[in-house]
Design a protein around this ligand. Sequence first.
Ligand SMILES: [Zn+2]
Length: 238
Amino acid sequence: MRIKLEKTLNFTKKTRNQKNIQFIIIHYTGMQSERVSLNRLKDLKSKVSCHYFITRQGEILRLVEDNKVAWHAGKSRWRSKQNLNNQSIGIELQNKGHNLGYEKFSKIQIKSLVDILRKLKRKYHIKKKNILGHSDIAPLRKKDPGEKFPWELLSKKGLSIWYSNKRKKSNYSNIKNRRDTFFKNLYKIGYRYFKINKYSKNDRLIIKAFQMRFLPKKVNGRITDKTLKISHLLAHKS
Ligand SMILES: [Zn+2]
């Protein structure tokens, strides 16, 4: 695997301890082209950056060293953690994103991603449950990497959690308080930014974030039987 070096000054200068690297966060750039994305990641005024940038041709660029904190996650939460920049490595995939013409990720781009994920996972002993999308940790603000990102494929390579359908069937249309049950499951998985017993107009965004990750063909912001079932299978895994 070849990694090309690029320079950005958008990172926290203090060196972090290797054992603080516990998460990998996957993004898309949401920019028109690679050139525009790279300019932004290097622009001092943008105050954004990432550790690795992967082009649509599968080229991997490193902008920030692993032992420095890059600025990719922003305000974010997952389980007991907040502001995940400090504990994570950020990987940006070039893609125009939902606002400019969301593209299928290219095969070679995903292959390079798999290579670098394997390497980082091994090097820092990162758990597969800690490889996440930006929308998982900031569901009210972010849609990346979105429903075209192949999480199921990653799970087959041991690089993401997924659910198993093998359990005996339960009837999910009979569950009384669907909303609270669903959000209880999401809380268990690690999602935040909601209250288990209190409806909010933001619920829809959380449901969508969950569906983009685990039910990508049916992102509708509603707690369908299938959505509820998958949340259940994931929350009661072990
Ligand atoms: Zn992002």
